[in-house]
Design a protein around this ligand. Structure first.
Ligand SMILES: [Zn+2]
Length: 237
């Protein structure tokens, strides 16, 4: 656990951040999160702001600096990975970081009402949703009369995978389709492509987010959590 003095300094920094201009606020928030991730990866997490006093101090409201869209995967808890505390992160988690209406509205709430300066779209190493989507397409590739016809194979894959998680798999399969068109089959690279696909969806589907971006009140950061070393790799900032 971190000392009270460290805690106090860290939260004073957070307060100061709200007085900076938007770009500095976004940069400061993301830097703080990356520092927390570094501590987590090194096994020196401070677990800040998780005490009873902090819990009670947040009774009147929240002032998170960042929103996160990430996977529901039990190995990808945002607060732990970034070594953050109560009131720090506004988090949306769905299998495969899939974007649905409720998730979209949650992120819009974070932007519009809570004035977060960044949305982090975080995928991760070994995402089983993407693996299953890729496997369903590969199976179809193997039985296809024309293995070069990846579009046809992807569409057969869609039919099969949509039977259990139709909405989620549709987005995952779209990522696989885009990856295969670019002749990319490496799972790490597919996870990276999924980030840009989900960011594109967010911007396409949300007027609130588009407006905040154009007014430079918001940044969207693409990142991928690497379980091997515990670090978050930044793909776009
Ligand atoms: Zn996942």
């Amino acid at each position: 656990m971190t000392s009270q003095i460290d805690n106090a300094n860290s939260r004073e920094d957070t307060t100061a951040l709200s007085e900076m201009n938007e770009e500095n606020r976004a940069n400061g928030t993301w830097t703080r999160m990356l520092q927390g991730n570094k501590r987590f990866a090194q096994g020196t997490s401070e677990h800040p702001w998780q005490d009873a006093e902090t819990r009670r101090s947040l009774l009147q409201g929240q002032n998170p600096q960042a929103a996160i869209l990430t996977c529901s995967d039990s190995r990808v808890p945002a607060e732990i990975i970034f070594d953050q505390g109560l009131g720090d992160l506004f988090t949306v988690r769905t299998a495969g970081a899939t974007i649905d209406q409720a998730g979209l509205e949650s992120l819009e709430y974070a932007v519009d009402h809570l004035h977060v300066s960044i949305i982090v779209v975080l995928t991760h190493q070994g995402c089983s949703i993407l693996q299953e989507a890729a496997a369903s397409v590969q199976k179809d590739d193997a039985v296809s009369q024309d293995p070069q016809d990846t579009a046809a194979a992807a569409s057969i894959g869609t039919d099969k995978a949509t039977s259990s998680m139709p909405f989620t798999m549709k987005q995952a399969l779209k990522t696989i389709e885009i990856a295969h068109k670019a002749e990319i089959t490496n799972p790490n690279d597919i996870e990276r492509i999924h980030i840009s696909m989900q960011i594109e969806r967010l911007v396409d589907q949300s007027e609130v987010i588009r407006q905040a971006l154009s007014q430079e009140k918001l940044k969207i950061i693409g990142a991928r959590y690497v379980m091997t070393n515990g670090l978050v790799e930044v793909l776009s900032f």
